[in-house]
Structure formats: C-alpha cells, structure tokens
Design a protein around this ligand. Structure first.
Ligand SMILES: Nc1nc2c(c(=O)[nH]1)N[C@H]1C(S)=C(S)[C@@H](COP(=O)(O)O)O[C@H]1N2
Ligand SMILES: [Mo]
Length: 314
C-alpha cells in the first residue's frame, strides 16, 4: 500500500538507516528485482486458529492513542532481509513459519530446542496495545498478541554469569534475498540487559490485530520493546542466547556511531543525521512530539539509574 507522497516522506527516505548500505549493495550488483520474488507465497501458520486469538486484552497496556489502521501498519515495514524499502510485505510471504524451531541457550540451566507450538504451550497469551517508534521518525500504535519476554528468562534459568540476552533472527538466504548481500552482518541480531529483558514491557508478539502475526511484521514471533527505537525489536526470532558480554547488534556493527546498544527513545537526543523531536503516525500522517522513553518512563526509567554516563540513548 502506498500513501500520498508528502514532504515527510522525502525526509524519511533521506534518513533511512538502510540507505547507506543499500546503495553499497547495489554496487555489488545485487538487483532489486530479486527482492520482489516473494509472491509465490510461503506457508502461513496453520496454528492461527489454534492460537485462540484474539487473546484477552491486558488493560494495563491500553493507551488512549488511536490504534493505527491495520493496513497502514502492515504496509510500511522495515525487514531488511526482504529488501531495503518499505513495501516488503509481498516478498516476506516467502518466509515459511511452520514448523518454527526456537533455540534457547548460552549461560543458562535449562537450554532447549523446541518448536514454537510447544513453547506457546508453556506461556499464556495476552493482547497489549503499544506505541512503537522507528528511529526514522515514523510511529504507530499496534495491538500485539504475545507474552512477556521475561517468560523466556524464567524458562531458561540463566546462570549468575549471564548478563545479557542476545536475540537472533532467522537466516535463510534462499528465502530472504537481502541475506545474499555480504554487506550486512547476517543474521539480524539484537541484545538487551537481563534487567531490560525481564522488564514488564518487553514482549514477544506472535499476533497483531487479533490474528497470527503476518510475515511482514516478523512472523511467527518477534520482539516488541516499545520504549526503544524500532530496530531493537528483532523479527522472526529463532534464537535466544544468554551471554556475559554485551552483544553487538546488526545496526551497531554497520554504523556504531549511529546505532548503539541501548537506543532508548529520547526526543532531545538527535540521531547523528536527523532530529528525534517529532514523529509521524502511520495511516493518519498525524505529527506528534516524541516522548521520553516513548511515554513509558514510569515503567522503564529505573532500568537506567546510575547509567547516566553511558550512551543510553543511541
Ligand atoms: N529481522 C529483522 N528485524 C527487524 C528489522 C529488520 O530489518 N530485520 N527492522 C527493524 C526496524 S528498523 C523496525 S522500525 C521494526 C519494524 O517493525 P514493523 O515493520 O513490524 O513495523 O522492525 C525491526 N526488526
Ligand atoms: Mo526502524
């Protein structure tokens, strides 16, 4: 889906973090044409019905913000595995999301390799409406269905040596044309401190808008960390690893001066190339002032007490 071209769009394409590396990829001769090859259609999860969606809404996470229309949120995505632009939904259909193996490992007492369906039997699903803010300045409000990331920590029983959780996305260049580019440090990966991973807001979504997660949003399971810029919310997760050292993420590997570990939302701290003061809601185009921690200060500010000298914003 395409929205009217406006001044913000010009600005946004100019600030896309992908722009630097994507142009390099073109130099490598990997045509954009290959990226549009996903219409053949992959499997959507047959368990969509089994998931008993929609799950009960958690009234604690129901902001007054108007929910973004489903088609707007699902039609303007970042999923570099399937292309550098926003219209990756057709290409992402190639992702086969069932069966989906999840590995939980590293410094923990209960490492496991299990099918997502079996993982979902160990948790209970709920719906939460969260604000979501991309570093590129667009934002949305989405009803996600899922369970707290803290459940993974609980099931894994990390040892005392574990300080961080590394979360890794799928790797399959046959399915994801973007992964044929060696410019990127595949697989996409992100990381959190254990305190962040067990914060009540940190969420793993398997659904959106009362249905199984569509592929462009990171099916069958993706992180949602609403107080951090969107790139921290890794999609199509296959691996959780408890580690002692701070993980270096996909974007941090590419552009460490622009994308740091914490990436907490702060309107007063500009990105290296643009301001973060305002945002634009998908669908309506409404312009809004960006809020500290995306408006979740009460829930997460405590995580950063004593860390003020660190780079907790970018
Ligand atoms: N695996 C993977 N996860 C990813 C990305 C990506 O390119 N690959 N993009 C990130 C970025 S920059 C954003 S803003 C959000 C976008 O989520 P959405 O497309 O569901 O809105 O996904 C994040 N997770
Ligand atoms: Mo983003």
């Amino acid at each position: 889906m395409r929205f009217g071209r406006r001044s913000w769009e010009e600005r946004e394409s100019a600030v896309t973090p992908e722009d630097v590396v994507f142009s390099r990829r073109r130099l490598l001769g990997l045509g954009i044409g290959t990226i549009a090859g996903g219409l053949l259609g992959g499997a959507t999860r047959p368990w969509a019905a089994e998931l008993a969606l929609p799950a009960p809404a958690n009234p604690q996470f129901a902001p007054t913000d108007r929910v973004t229309p489903e088609a707007a949120a699902g039609g303007y995505n970042n999923f570099t595995e399937f292309g550098g632009g926003k219209a990756i939904q057709a290409a992402s259909r190639k992702l086969v999301t069932s069966p989906w193996r999840i590995e939980i490992g590293g410094l923990c007492g209960k490492p496991a390799s299990l099918d997502l369906d079996d993982l979902l039997k160990k948790v209970s699903l709920e719906e939460r409406i969260y604000r979501f803010r991309c570093v590129e300045t667009w934002s949305m409000v989405v009803p996600w269905t899922g369970f707290p990331l803290a459940e993974i920590v609980r099931l894994a029983e990390p040892t005392a040596a574990a300080k961080y959780l590394r979360v890794e996305s799928f790797l399959d260049p046959k399915v994801a044309p973007g992964q044929s580019s060696r410019v990127y440090p595949w697989p996409y990966a992100e990381g959190l401190t254990l305190a962040e991973a067990t914060n009540e807001l940190a969420f793993l979504a398997v659904g959106a808008y009362g249905k199984a997660l569509p592929s462009q949003h990171g099916a069958p399971i993706r992180m949602v960390l609403p107080w951090k810029y969107g790139f921290k919310s890794a999609k199509s997760v296959v691996r959780f690893r408890f580690v002692a050292e701070r993980p270096v993420s996909f974007w941090e590997t590419l552009q460490p001066d622009e994308y740091g570990f914490y990436a907490n939302i702060n309107p007063k701290v500009a990105h290296a190339r643009w301001s973060q003061a305002n945002e634009r809601r998908l669908g309506t185009g409404e312009a809004l002032p960006t809020r500290l921690f995306n408006g979740y200060e009460a829930e997460v500010a405590g995580l950063y007490k004593g860390l003020e000298k660190e780079r907790i914003w970018f």
